[in-house]
Design a binder for this molecule. Structure first.
Ligand code: MRU
Length: 361
């Protein structure tokens, strides 16, 4: 099983995704500052994986706190949460995980004043977030498989697979793996996903490893392959879904949704329910991360543009809800009108969460 991030007794282990596919190297991050830096530098990336890494970073920072009273510990905890919250702005899973750790801290504090016990509970919470993500992706796979016909070719963008989540299935790739595991024949067309090349480097790598047929195209070939009738469905992940269904995902996703509409190809979003942000009514309020010009003027270490050129490098775009045929979550499939259906899914009881004690609030 591909494990992008893992809790260990002496730190957080992370597969360095910047080096894939050439090198499979695990880093051992031994402080919360190192974890925060790894998120910023995209050692780990993908919305759910960022949330899991942040939760583990918080647990690690707290474990190393020298605070002897609950008040000292809480001060350290809030400081670490603040550092984590300033790593990447778009994926709401980061803020969701921080909030969940905060609720766990408050719950622990109300039940014990034993500092070591509070630390143990926070480590357990981070591990639970990881475990629940694996289960959520399996559920996404089961729900999503029903939308994928036998013999389908699915076009996907970026990497919303094992590498972008707790491991194993992934979200968009979870739908593809779910279809395969339901006995359907399914093939994938992967966009290379400039500028960070998550499609070429990561999606192609993990699908080949898994024996799922994959064909790599550059981003500007998507319209052509759709027009040629080679695409049965588009399935992408999400970094944040607003209450009305507008969805932020890797830059280039919006372009695919427009193309899919033109060619009457269903466009699906697959994401855990933790990616839904009911606090914002529409996608206009989703903060879009802008990354360094370096990523655009270079392909890996090789410069491809003249010195001095102006660069614009937004890492995400927003696909309006009317272009999305369905949003596949671990709690079921939402369709229009998303303002109602997403809220219903968010508010539906979640057995995995209840089992972890999170439902107790
Ligand atoms: O910049 P990244 O690589 O973190 O962006 C990742 C994406 O946009 C993914 O498609 C999204 O997070 C869904 S991951 C299951």
């Amino acid at each position: 099983m591909i494990k992008p991030v893992e809790w260990t007794d002496d730190g957080v282990a992370m597969l360095d995704q910047r080096l894939l596919p050439e090198e499979e190297k695990y880093l051992k991050l031994r402080s919360y500052e190192e974890v925060a830096d790894a998120i910023r530098q995209m050692v780990v990336r993908g919305a759910p994986a960022i949330g899991i890494a942040a939760a583990m970073g918080i647990a690690l920072g707290l474990k190393q706190s020298v605070g002897t009273s609950v008040a000292d510990l809480e001060e350290d905890f809030e400081y670490i949460c603040d550092v984590m919250s300033r790593t990447r702005p778009t994926a709401v899973n980061l803020f969701w995980a921080i909030e969940r750790m905060r609720r766990a801290f408050q719950r622990a504090k109300s039940e014990t004043s034993d500092v070591e016990e509070i630390k143990r509970r926070l480590i357990a919470e981070a591990k639970a977030i990881h475990e629940e993500d694996l289960a959520a992706n399996r559920a996404i796979g089961r729900f999503g498989a029903e939308l994928i016909p036998d013999g389908a070719t699915v076009l996907t963008h970026c990497n919303a697979g094992a590498l972008a989540t707790g491991g194993d299935y992934g979200t968009a790739l979870g739908v593809i793996r779910g279809a395969r595991d339901a006995g359907k024949r399914v093939a994938v067309i992967a966009d290379e996903t400039r500028p960070f090349l998550q499609g070429a480097r990561l999606t192609a790598w993990e699908l080949i490893k898994d024996g799922i047929p994959v064909t790599l195209i550059t981003d500007n070939m998507a319209g052509h392959v759709m027009r040629q009738g080679k695409v049965s469905a588009v399935v992408v992940g999400a970094d944040r879904i607003a209450a009305n269904g507008d969805t932020a995902n890797k830059i280039g996703t919006y372009m695919l949704a427009v193309l899919a509409k033109e060619h009457r190809i269903p466009f699906y979003v697959a994401a855990p329910i933790s990616t839904v942000d009911l606090s914002i009514p529409s996608g206009d309020r989703i903060p879009i991360e802008e990354r360094a010009a370096e990523e655009v003027v270079k392909v890996r270490d090789r410069r491809i543009a003249p010195e001095g050129v102006e660069v614009y490098n937004p890492a995400f775009d927003v696909t309006p809800n009317e272009l999305i045929a369905a949003i596949i979550t671990d709690k079921g499939v939402a369709r229009q009108p998303y303002t109602r259906t997403l809220r219903e899914l968010v508010e539906a009881p979640n057995e995995a969460v209840a089992a972890s004690g999170e439902g107790a609030d």
